[in-house]
Design a protein around this ligand. Structure first.
Ligand code: SF4
Length: 333
């Protein structure tokens, strides 16, 4: 979605943003692997499409940028930005960042470069069973670890992992991270897919593991961007709210959802736009709407609604559909 205000230009190979992330506020991205996407998973909801390079571990990765170059790029990018306006420097990007073959060296370099800024990673958790990966992650301020499934069948159906990976290895890796480094720097990200992992029964099983891991935060997401597989459907707003309540109740965790993003530093206006974009997507998912309806339902002036809708059409989140003389907008999911 067009949630990011691009301040850093495309001059860098490995630095992007800052982007407004619903879970991390303003985040300056570090993407250490080069395209195309290299991942241990091939998630059915991946917004990057199917995984062309599905690998088992860092040993299989040959195409990456060396840590010193990444550090230099980050130093240059940070000079162009007001550091107070960034919430996190975040390792993520086109694929799974823990696949980076020199992860500890990279994290150490970034740590030296960012000063007081916090560093996070968005990981799919698939390599946290490895000692060296957990050790490198322990040097970060926040590890946002994916956990979409708690049983093998659902794990295979959603994440389509490389052949050697099992859900038991992933949950064990998360448990060990908590035992070794505590849960203060651990957050869990859960992608909920309609009729796949959002039944009350499944959410309770998920909550048991969440309760055991006692993360600092649970970030509930759903499919708000075009997924790799067309059959994948998002939860509606009320379903997300119900899922969040259930997980809160059964795991006693702090839960945030993609529909209720975190307050970010900087202008209030920006987070309002982000919320409005999500509301337009939610609204047009239920039924195609005219621009006048969108404006009226969300209490916007016509030109404000047009501006938001135009951005969402441009980034492919919603599409225009003519019916007779009238243009309707509908979410592309
Ligand atoms: S783990 Fe992330 S990058 Fe990898 S396939 Fe899943 S969503 Fe895409």
């Amino acid at each position: 979605m067009s949630l990011g205000l691009l301040i850093i230009s495309v001059d860098y190979l490995t630095i992007y943003g800052p982007v407004r992330s619903w879970r991390l506020g303003y985040s300056l991205g570090v993407d250490p692997l080069l395209p195309p996407k290299t991942c241990t998973f091939d998630c059915v909801y991946c917004q990057l499409g199917s995984t062309r390079r599905k690998v088992d571990g860092p040993e299989d990765v040959k195409n990456y940028v060396d840590p010193q170059t990444i550090r230099k790029e980050l130093a240059s990018a940070l000079k162009k930005l007001k550091q107070e306006s960034i919430d996190y420097v975040t390792l993520s990007g086109v694929g799974e960042p823990t696949l980076y073959p020199k992860l500890k060296e990279l994290v150490t370099n970034l740590r030296e470069e960012v000063g007081d800024l916090k560093i996070a990673i968005l990981t799919n958790s698939s390599l946290m069973w490895r000692n060296e990966v957990r050790e490198a992650l322990s040097l970060l301020d926040l590890v946002v670890a994916k956990l979409d499934a708690v049983d093998e069948e659902t794990f295979q159906a959603i994440n389509r992992p490389s052949p050697r990976l099992r859900i038991s290895m992933i949950i064990d890796g998360l448990r060990r991270f908590k035992e070794e480094w505590g849960s203060d720097k651990l957050a869990l990200q859960v992608m909920l897919i309609k009729d796949v992992n959002n039944s009350a029964e499944y959410l309770m099983k998920l909550s048991e593991i969440i309760c055991e891991l006692s993360p600092k935060e649970v970030q509930l997401n759903t499919v708000l961007r075009p997924p790799a597989e067309k059959w994948v459907k998002p939860l509606e707003l009320h379903e997300m709210q119900e899922a969040a309540s259930l997980i809160r109740e059964y795991s006693s965790s702090n839960v945030i959802t993609a529909y209720q993003p975190r307050q970010v530093k900087g202008e209030l206006k920006v987070s309002v736009v982000e919320e409005l974009e999500l509301k337009v997507i939610d609204l047009t998912r239920r039924r195609p709407c005219r621009i006048s309806e969108i404006a009226s339902i969300l209490g916007l002036r016509l030109e404000e609604a047009e501006s938001i809708v135009k951005g969402l059409v441009a980034d492919g989140s919603i599409v225009e559909e003519a019916y007779g003389e009238t243009i309707f907008y509908k979410a592309k999911v």
